[in-house]
Ligand binder design. Structure first.
Ligand SMILES: [Zn+2]
Length: 387
């Protein structure tokens, strides 16, 4: 069945356009906070219930509980801090003047108000501790850890009301949890598996998706790329989405796969991020979740299978579908894993993103065993990378 949201109830802190205009008119003189881009996305997702049961940015007791034991203070599993930590002179001046009981407007990337924050608490937090507990490192070569050093040292907590949704590069593909749930029930899907990705599809990804679609406990697949702020040099969100559209439209049965974007920051926190991303997908209505090797990992920061083991430590009411490393084996002539292929690594084609990127940059031809030619065609156009 479609699982209830995390904590039992889908949070929907949205207001109608009429109510929005009324509140904006009444509160036109409110202080404004311009959050860091990741926190702009988080505010929208809180309002839409993607982070249920969170009704707002976390306060000090939830933060402490998340860092110390991977749970909210009410004991629900939750492994990522969701904080509002405004930085910069103007933001800091505004925050200094705020106290519990005040309201502030949050502005989007164009500086326009999109959410109302009801301040419950203002507190200082320990960045080094947050980095160590969440990312397992304080190394500033880790992009999320590096970001922390540019964020404010004071967090502002409290529920938010979402006045309007953001304009995303992926347009109508950005669905809310209520919308995916509605679409699943329209399609008659009860058991939906979510596929987490942050990059263009290659055959190893496709293999996991097909194996999942073949299971008799899966009615449908939600392909749900995280397309919020990516790193410089990554493919643009609309390019990743287009590559997936090509795969889904040309190869998959239309009634078994739904493609949607999830515009949030990618958190490379290995196991803790994997569990968080699964909880978010539960809120979107998915009771099954695909976890490959080193999900949400980066470099050598995490044990590649810790992202699977964490599902044994927390009961989140989501069934993980675990896969070992996947590759194309020349001898088998097929996609395979160490569980299905008896040949050595020298027979396995490297399908890593690094390899694909390097080959494309050199104009090298990539075999269709690694990546679909239609996807190569999209990636070979100019202007596909974030600068
Ligand atoms: Zn083989």
């Amino acid at each position: 069945m479609i699982p209830p949201p995390h904590g039992g109830r889908l949070v929907e802190r949205t207001v109608s356009p009429v109510e929005r205009d009324r509140r904006l008119a009444e509160r036109s003189v409110l202080p404004r906070i311009q959050p860091f881009i990741d926190q702009v996305y988080d505010a929208e997702k809180i309002g839409l219930g993607a982070y249920s049961p969170l009704e707002g940015f976390q306060g000090s007791s939830d933060l402490e509980s998340v860092l110390a034991r991977g749970r909210l203070s009410n004991d629900l599993p939750w492994t990522m801090p969701i904080l509002l930590t405004p930085s910069g002179k103007e933001n800091e001046r505004v925050v200094a003047g705020l106290s519990a009981g005040d309201e502030a407007l949050l502005t989007d990337l164009n500086g326009e108000p999109f959410a109302l924050l009801h301040i419950e608490e203002k507190f200082r937090y320990d960045r080094a501790r947050l980095a160590q507990s969440t990312y397992g490192t304080q190394d500033t070569a880790h992009p999320n850890v590096a970001d922390l050093s540019s964020l404010g040292e004071t967090a502002v907590a409290g529920p938010i009301d979402l006045l309007r949704r953001l304009d995303h590069a992926t347009g109508r593909f950005e669905l809310s949890p209520a919308e995916t749930r509605q679409e699943f029930s329209r399609r008659g899907w009860k058991n939906v598996a979510a596929y987490q990705t942050r990059n263009v599809p290659h055959t190893a990804h496709e293999y996991l998706q097909r194996c999942t679609l073949d299971r008799d406990d899966v009615d449908g697949l939600l392909v749900h790329p995280v397309l919020g702020r990516l790193k410089k040099g990554d493919y643009k969100p609309e390019i990743i989405l287009e590559a997936y559209r090509t795969l889904v439209d040309r190869y998959y049965p239309a009634d078994r796969v739904l493609l949607a974007s999830l515009s949030i920051a990618m958190r490379y926190a290995g196991p803790k991020a994997a569990l968080f991303l699964a909880i978010v997908r539960k809120n979107y209505g998915c009771g099954l979740y695909i976890v490959g090797r080193d999900q949400a990992g980066l470099g050598k920061y995490y044990d590649p299978y810790a992202c699977q083991r964490i599902f044994d430590e927390y009961a989140i009411d989501v069934r993980p579908i675990k896969f070992a490393e996947t590759f194309f084996c020349r001898r088998c002539g097929w996609m395979a894993t160490p569980k299905t292929c008896g040949h050595g690594a020298s027979e396995h084609l490297d399908t890593s993103q690094t390899r694909i990127r390097a080959a494309l940059a050199k104009g090298e031809k990539l075999p269709s065993e690694i990546i679909r030619p239609e996807v190569v065609e999209i990636l070979s156009r100019g202007d596909v990378l974030l600068t």
